[in-house]
Design a protein. Structure first.
Length: 94
């Protein structure tokens, strides 16, 4: 987190590829806080992620990419979000 924070500057454009990989859920929420702070400094982020936590960044546009298309989607319609919610609501089922 310190490495990332120390490199962010105002008016920056950042491309992050699965930044959640080394992060605990709590650290992912810390990352959201950092991103929100930098958004207020006119930064833009492009994030490739499977993390339902990071996809919940306020104001985020979510795009689903598959073999044939790229389309914008709602948070509630993301497969990883649905599966995670289902699992957390009923882990014995899985």
């Amino acid at each position: 987190m310190k490495f990332l924070s120390s490199r962010l500057v105002s008016n920056g454009i950042y491309i992050l590829d699965e930044p959640e990989a080394p992060l605990s859920p709590l650290r992912q929420m810390t990352l959201i806080s950092i991103i929100n702070e930098m958004k207020s400094k006119n930064c833009q982020f492009f994030i490739a992620t499977h993390s339902p936590i990071l996809m919940a960044i306020p104001g985020a546009q979510i795009f689903y990419i598959d073999h044939s298309c790229i389309r914008e989607t709602l948070y509630e319609d993301v497969e990883h979000v649905k599966i995670t919610k289902d699992f957390l609501n009923n882990p014995d089922f899985f």
